[in-house]
Design a binder for this molecule. Structure first.
Ligand code: NAD
Length: 353
């Protein structure tokens, strides 16, 4: 069964200038604008000015993993201002805060993503209270309209470009090996991986390379669509634990864990990984190819580099084994510990993986 995503997507250069028209198309007249904190302050302020009288309220500060207090505050602001919709500009943190408002109020969201995280294309919401990150799926949180403006990504620093692109690649890989993914989603995942694998290095080398930026954002769009249509496996589950409970930064964590999650699933997901391997440059197997890409784009290699200690890694492995979620290879305690120690150390996975 394939359920097409009902999101309207506007993709191109300078598309942010079409946002007022897109809001009118949605019938929205009083919106809450979320996002546009440093380093996106100018972009956010320009959008606020372009919205004119349509702007009823604004929240500038956002934080990763949507702290519950911030979510409550955002809902209060939206209700007090009597808004009829939410516009979000920024990475997954901005989109995430807008989604929690949608979850509580049913308000429609127009998203303007500026990273490759992909949240804008999914029905997944998240919220964190006392180091406990909860996520769920609800059709109300999926943005009705997404405006991808390649120009907004031109200023993205090289490091963020690399890790955010690898975050998107992780969506493609895990969608491709979800045993319940439908054929259309698998095609989207493979095409997203191809685009990201082809262009990410060039986008890191020269952030103003419009062709590379465009191809990378296109790949991220497909990756987000795949994320929104498939079940994620051990990679996303582990990143969820590391982010929600240990406060590790989102995209960096994805960038580190991905080659080791792929190595973990190498045998159980061999056909799906062969498909992904076929669209990525590299001849040493998907895990090593992804590890090499990480070094190529300047991503951190190990969880130790992100500040995770050996004792935390053991706790994370226990948490992962307790609630592993769906995955091609069953995740038992022994496997979870092996996966965590490989990612903690960060050594290149062997050729066959
Ligand atoms: P982020 O939104 O926290 O942004 C990271 C930093 O990059 C911020 O300081 C931001 O201001 C800056 N930034 C964003 N775009 C920029 C640009 N174009 N140029 C320069 N700086 C820019 O990070 P993220 O990785 O995009 O999102 C992470 C969050 O999104 C996490 O909380 C994660 O759980 C969530 N997420 C959710 C889903 C979902 O489907 N629900 C999917 C992916 C990520």
């Amino acid at each position: 069964m394939h359920q097409p995503v009902g999101t309207r997507v506007v993709f191109g250069c300078g598309t942010r200038r079409r946002i007022p028209d897109e809001l009118a198309r949605m019938g929205l007249r009083h919106v809450l604008l979320v996002g546009g904190d440093d380093p996106l302050r100018q972009v956010g302020d320009e959008l606020a000015a372009a919205l004119g009288n349509t702007l009823a309220a604004r929240i500038i500060e956002v934080a990763q993993h949507v702290p519950a207090a911030a979510a409550r505050h955002a809902v209060e602001v939206a209700v007090r201002a009597g808004v009829d919709g939410v516009v979000t500009i920024g990475g997954g943190s901005s989109t995430g805060l807008a989604k929690t408002v949608a979850l509580e109020t049913g308000l429609p969201v127009l998203a303007v993503p500026t990273t490759y995280a992909g949240s804008e294309m999914t029905d997944i919401w998240g919220r964190t209270e006392s180091a406990d990150k909860k996520t769920g799926r609800d059709p109300r949180v999926r943005p009705r309209t997404v405006v991808y403006d390649v120009e907004l990504t031109l200023g993205m620093p090289a490091r963020l470009t690399g890790i955010s692109g690898l975050n998107a690649l992780a969506h493609c890989v895990e969608a491709a090996y979800d045993s319940e993914a439908d054929p259309v989603t698998v095609v989207l995942a493979a095409e997203g991986a191809r685009a990201l694998g082809a262009a990410l290095g060039a986008a890191v080398d020269d952030g103003r390379n419009l062709a590379a930026r465009s191809e990378t954002l296109y790949g991220a769009w497909l990756a987000g669509t795949a994320l929104g249509s498939a079940r994620m496996g051990v990679h996303h589950r582990l990143c969820h634990v590391l982010g929600g409970t240990f406060g590790l930064p989102h995209a960096e964590t994805h960038a580190v864990v991905l080659p080791f999650a792929v190595a973990f699933n190498a045998v159980a997901a061999a056909p799906a990984l062969a498909r992904i391997g076929g669209v990525l440059p590299g001849r040493d197997g998907v895990a090593a190819t992804l590890w090499d890409l990480g070094r190529r784009v300047g991503a951190p290699a190990s969880l130790a580099e992100l500040g995770l200690g050996p004792a935390d890694a053991i706790r994370a492995a226990e948490a992962l084994a307790a609630h592993p979620g769906p995955n091609p290879r069953p995740v038992d305690r022994c496997g979870a510990h092996d996966l965590l120690s490989a990612a903690l150390e960060g050594t290149r996975p062997p050729r066959a993986a």
